[in-house]
Design a binder for this molecule. Structure first.
Ligand SMILES: [Fe+2]
Length: 375
């Protein structure tokens, strides 16, 4: 039993429908916004009730219809936890399972194309094994690793140690194909994938470094939209994606926009909390730690100016993060005096306290489920 495979010619994207033949409950992988009518018609044609929409990653080449499908069908949205898709109801970790009827898919964290990218394994009721590989493994190829927090080293590990560890007969269903091919198998890709078969890590990294691919045409529109499940026009959705001018520095930005800029390489994120706060509360991977004031005594950090200038070397924008968005304003003003294009990240890492003096429930980096780590 194969999944239903649907194709969007504009972006060469495959969308997949999986369902339980008894309960007719269904799951959709990587839906495309322009194809929502087609997808709804497919669900009607097969008599399916959509339970889940799932993303393999935050796409750069098309906008997801997950948010709209959820509104139309009552489906729940799921996305990899490391992708910053804050609107997804379920944030998937490695090994997590989504059920539809007696069927289930299992998430495999396969970073490299993006840091959060996931593949999904489905064992069909007829014994067939399937894996939906997103842009991690393509037919005789793989996704690029040169933006969106991609990493050729991580991609090599995901391909050779995670996906190629699946049984050879597992059918590979990619997120794209540009030559009309529909599927492959793990065995075939292990044997003959031009990018990775028989290649060492160093050879693979060299191949990826030499690609020099153009930026996806719709990237600046698609990635921010996909961080909110494709709901560009919903309440506040548009406001998330633009900076707001401010007095004394370049502007205020949402945590989502700041993260988008970091992923595209436009900006460097500078975390101006103290070392103790970061260790206690959590930190953002890849951020430059540079305290605005420092214990003991919360004196000004004498090395702040120099640290900031070296963080912004190469003319990048600077986005400044603190606990709740107060120190980051002061730091943004100082950065502006130093001649930098500096933005304050609204709400900070933890947001404002709620009525019970609890932080983390009223906005902030963690609240929006952007990537962070403890300790
Ligand atoms: Fe992608």
């Amino acid at each position: 039993m194969n999944p239903i495979q649907l194709f969007d010619p504009a972006s060469s994207t495959y969308t997949y429908v999986l369902f339980d033949e008894v309960t007719r409950e269904a799951l959709l992988i990587d839906p495309v916004d322009e194809q929502i009518e087609r997808d709804l018609a497919t669900l009607r044609q097969y008599g399916l009730k959509l339970l889940w929409t799932v993303e393999t990653h935050a796409h750069a080449d098309h906008i997801t219809s997950a948010g709209l499908l959820a509104e139309h069908t009552g489906a729940r949205t799921a996305a990899p936890a490391g992708c910053g898709i804050s609107t997804a109801a379920v944030q998937l970790g490695d090994g997590d399972v989504l059920e539809f009827g007696s069927q289930r898919i299992r998430a495999l964290h396969t970073p490299g194309h993006t840091a959060g990218s996931m593949s999904y394994v489905w064992d069909a009721p007829d014994g067939g094994k399937h894996v939906f590989t997103g842009d991690t493994l393509l037919i005789n190829g793989c996704g690029r690793s040169d933006f969106q927090s991609g990493s050729a080293e991580a991609l090599y590990r995901s391909l050779t140690q995670v996906l190629f560890a699946l049984p050879d007969e597992t059918i590979v269903w990619p997120a794209h194909d540009y030559q009309g091919r529909t599927h492959s198998s793990i065995g075939a890709e292990k044997r003959s994938n031009a990018r990775v078969a028989g290649k060492t890590l160093a050879e693979f990294v060299a191949i990826m470094d030499e690609l020099h691919l153009p930026r996806p045409r719709r990237m600046d529109e698609a990635v921010p939209a996909n961080l909110s499940s494709g709901l560009r026009h919903d309440a506040g959705g548009g406001a998330l994606l633009q900076s707001r001018p401010a007095q004394g520095y370049a502007g205020d930005v949402s945590p989502q926009l700041a993260w988008h800029w970091v992923q595209t390489g436009e900006a460097v994120l500078v975390d101006v909390r103290t070392d103790a706060e970061r260790e206690w509360v959590g930190f953002v991977p890849g951020a430059v730690p540079l305290a605005w004031k420092q214990w003991p005594g919360m004196a000004m950090n004498a090395g702040f100016d120099d640290g900031l200038k070296s963080a912004a070397a190469g003319g990048k924008k600077v986005v400044l993060l603190c606990r709740s968005g107060v120190r980051s304003v002061a730091a943004a003003k100082r950065a502006t005096e130093l001649g930098l294009e500096a933005y304050n990240i609204l709400e900070g890492f933890e947001g404002d306290p709620d009525e019970h003096a609890q932080r983390g429930r009223k906005g902030g980096w963690r609240f929006h489920k952007l990537p962070w780590r403890q300790g």
